[in-house]
Write a protein that binds this ligand. Structure first.
Ligand code: MG
Length: 160
């Protein structure tokens, strides 16, 4: 019998100057980056949590604690790769990922395809199984005021 699981992930990081802006493993030209213990890749974190959530395996903070110096400035695509491996070992494959990056600036449109390919490559799936959408927050709240960037993601997993 086929087992189908869905998961949801969310993350938000504060904008700071002096750090690179990494979204889904892609460095996006920007005068600011995101604050975090790792590289603060908000999309990688949301997708990682969606995958963990689908198999009820806890959250990213439990698996990769931000108190662990090992993960200081860590490439968050490493977390995603580790969780993808965890899923494979449990006998599941990723059917698809849908996601939204919410940022007032910079404009993401030029980088969406690159981000999709980057995420798909780490998950070992076809790029047409990864959806990344960009939104603004219409200038309101911390995201709209350009003080933070957030991401939502869902994942659908199917047993092999
Ligand atoms: Mg995070």
């Amino acid at each position: 019998m086929i087992d189908i699981r869905q998961g949801i992930g969310y993350d938000l990081h504060r904008i700071v100057e002096g750090r690179p802006l990494i979204i889904g493993g892609v460095e996006i030209p920007s005068p600011f980056g995101l604050l975090g213990h790792s590289d603060a890749d908000v999309l990688a974190h949301a997708i990682t949590d969606a995958l963990l959530g689908a198999l009820a395996l806890g959250d990213i903070g439990q698996h990769f604690p931000d108190t662990d110096p090992t993960y200081k400035d860590s490439d968050s695509m490493f977390f995603l790769a580790e969780v993808a491996e965890m899923i494979r070992k449990k006998g599941f494959i990723v059917s698809n990922i849908d996601s939204v990056v919410i940022a007032e600036k910079p404009k993401m449109a030029l980088y969406i395809d690159k981000i999709k390919f980057s995420v798909a490559a780490v998950l070992g799936i076809e790029p047409n199984r990864v959806s990344v959408k960009a939104k603004t927050n219409e200038t309101v709240d911390s995201i709209g005021e350009g003080r933070s960037i957030a991401a939502w993601a869902t994942a659908l997993l199917v047993s092999e």
